[in-house]
Ligand binder design. Structure first.
Ligand SMILES: O=P(O)(O)OC[C@H]1O[C@H](OP(=O)(O)OP(=O)(O)O)[C@H](O)[C@@H]1O
Ligand SMILES: O=c1cc[nH]c(=O)[nH]1
Ligand SMILES: [Mg+2]
Length: 208
């Protein structure tokens, strides 16, 4: 597994702004979207191209175009929905596979409540989008689900990740690449990332 922590100064700047205790719902949503654009670009740099004939104004040329179907984006409800518009602005033809998982506040185990994976997922790369990778339980359940559904090529994008979550994914799914805005220090006893963002879903949906 490759773990790419973004080096882009705008990513670092925007993650810092997201941490502001007094941030409005509007600003949190806007920054989440902007970061999703930047990180989706980073996560798609290795898409395969093939030269195909294209008729342009000066005649027929051999033009580099995507060789395969566009990836399916996999937002994890709820918070992952905040990243969907930004990711779709880079992959406008992507099909979307929605996964509903909610962490139990006591056990920190993910509870599954919805899933709708595109039926041709075995022919596409999947890109998971979720702002937070904490204990790793939610991402692990999503990776297991995608693989059980036949998906062979998976990447995941997180705005902020804890070392604990990265380690669990590395051990269980060494073939999956992670694209991360910022790797934070640790988890607290309640499984929240420190310094982190707090509850990203609550901040995006205004349910604080
Ligand atoms: O790595 P983990 O320890 O599993 O935690 C990460 C998960 O927690 C958050 O979702 P949450 O359960 O709060 O649901 P929500 O998006 O509905 O708020 C977050 O968006 C991830 O999906
Ligand atoms: O810090 C955390 C951990 C899990 N989920 C969040 O939204 N934030
Ligand atoms: Mg939440």
């Amino acid at each position: 597994m490759a773990v790419y922590a973004s080096n882009h100064p705008l990513v670092k700047h925007k993650v810092s702004l997201l941490r502001d205790d007094k941030i409005s719902v509007k600003s949190f949503r806007e920054l989440t979207k902007e970061l999703s654009v930047l990180l989706t670009i980073e996560a798609t740099t290795q898409l395969t191209l093939a030269n195909k004939p294209l008729t342009c104004w000066s005649g027929v040329i051999s033009a580099p175009l995507l060789a395969e179907k566009q990836p399916t984006l996999v937002p994890i409800l709820r918070a992952g929905l905040g990243m969907l518009d930004g990711a779709l602005s880079i992959l406008p033809c992507a099909k979307v596979s929605v996964v509903g998982l909610k962490r139990d506040e006591e056990t920190l185990q993910p509870i599954s409540y919805y899933q709708n994976i595109v039926n041709d997922v075995s022919e596409r790369q999947a890109i998971i989008i979720d702002p937070m990778l904490a204990t790793g339980g939610t991402a692990l359940a999503t990776l297991n689900l995608l693989k059980q559904s036949g998906c062979k090529h998976i990447k995941a994008i997180f705005l902020v990740a804890a070392p604990e979550g990265i380690k669990i994914l590395q051990e269980a799914h060494p073939d999956v690449d992670l694209f991360i805005g910022m790797i934070d220090k640790e988890l607290n006893e309640q499984g929240y990332i420190l310094p982190g963002l707090g509850d990203a879903g609550d901040k995006i949906f205004g349910t604080l």
